[in-house]
Design a protein around this ligand. Structure first.
Ligand SMILES: O=C(O)CCC(=O)C(=O)O
Ligand SMILES: [Fe+2]
Length: 352
């Protein structure tokens, strides 16, 4: 990564104004509309999440990563057909380059679906999470946090719908009754472990919105439309929110899904973050929203990435990205879905 970075902050938006007086709501919506179009990236305040819950999630995540490796490998993702569990640092790649981060993925807690010959393949994504027996407090904490960030994500989605000239519940039909709720706790080791400065390589997120909690160490960078990289360092009490490709597609590029990455911390420093990806129901199809004329003028169109094409069928999209991210899981549990080339090729995990 030889790109120059500039220490410019992204906008900060207070969502309590969405629930305030009519004037506050109107100015909030105007700010949000501009930000969605310019970046799709902003800091969020006024979200009402209990600071103690946030502090406990960070502290307990640090305890999880500090466990001996064999206790983390007890819940290694390859043991879960539903792509839940722990992955070691250096095992995933973005665009062919190794990402230096270890992570635990959970999603909606549930039962596995009984699979018949006609069951759509994406139903394999449903199932239980894996939890570390050495740290029983992690489960209730992460599930409570997942519920809170889902609440925030849906609140933001309602505000986005209004900013796009739509009814507040415009997206409800594709996220109710059960949105996808992927939550990752992440640790980026310092460069004494990381063999490059790539914490995670440049990518866009896929779903509706991402609600990102950063601990205290910077590293997140965001690429603007004109190719400039902005730093997005942690600001205490805020989340970083970014819109995903689903919204870019649904608005024919009016809403931007900015490319972003994470630079690995210096030697001796570790970085922690908790990323929550709110997605639609798996059996939904991404709609095309008929924007008001004054917004339609600013649609950019959608560029399709030939290396990582996105499908309008959400479940198929999710499953594709999980199979690609985790070839070890794919081979262990879903070999019937893989091409002969995928089965024979190197088991290299692509994060995005
Ligand atoms: O860890 C971070 O700060 C961001 C991670 C990220 O962009 C992702 O996991 O999609
Ligand atoms: Fe991301």
């Amino acid at each position: 990564m030889t790109i120059h970075t500039l220490p410019v902050h992204l906008p900060l938006i207070d969502i309590s104004r969405f629930h305030g007086s009519p004037e506050e709501r109107e100015s909030f919506i105007a700010d949000l509309r501009r930000t969605l179009h310019d970046h799709g990236f902003f800091y969020l305040t006024g979200h009402g999440v209990d600071p103690k819950l946030i502090a406990d999630v960070i502290a307990t995540s640090k305890q999880f990563f500090a466990l001996p490796l064999e206790q983390k490998l007890e819940i290694e993702m390859v043991k879960s057909p539903h792509f839940r569990g722990y992955n070691r640092a250096g095992y995933e790649r973005t665009r062919g380059e190794q990402d230096w981060r270890e992570q635990l993925d959970i999603n909606t807690e549930g039962e596995a679906v009984k699979l018949g010959p006609d069951t759509p393949a994406w139903k394999r994504l449903f199932g239980p999470n894996q939890w570390p027996s050495a740290l029983p407090e992690l489960k209730p904490l992460l599930l409570a946090y997942q519920a809170e960030v889902t609440r925030i994500g849906i609140d933001i989605l309602k505000a986005i719908a209004v900013a796009l000239g739509q009814p507040e519940n415009a997206f409800a039909e594709i996220y109710e009754p059960q949105p996808s709720q992927l939550l990752k706790i992440i640790r980026y080791p310092g460069r004494e472990v990381a063999k490059s400065d790539q914490g995670v390589g440049a990518h866009k997120d896929g779903g509706f919105v991402t609600v990102l909690l950063q601990d205290t160490v910077p590293g997140l960078r965001v690429q603007t439309e004109d190719g400039v990289w902005l730093e997005a360092p942690p600001i205490p009490g805020t989340f970083v929110i970014n819109t995903g490709e689903l919204l870019e597609l649904a608005t024919n590029g009016f809403v931007r899904a900015d490319v972003h990455d994470v630079v690995a911390p210096p030697a001796g420093v570790e970085r922690f973050s908790v990323a929550f990806f709110l997605g639609s129901r798996y059996d939904a199809t991404i709609p095309v929203i008929d924007l008001p004329d004054e917004l339609k003028r600013d649609e950019r169109g959608v560029t399709v990435d030939p290396l990582n094409p996105i499908f309008r069928e959400v479940g198929q999209n999710h499953l594709k990205s999980r199979l690609r991210s985790h070839p070890d899981v794919a081979r262990a549990h879903h070999a019937d879905l893989l091409t002969p080339e995928q089965l024979a090729g190197p088991a290299v995990a692509q994060a995005y």
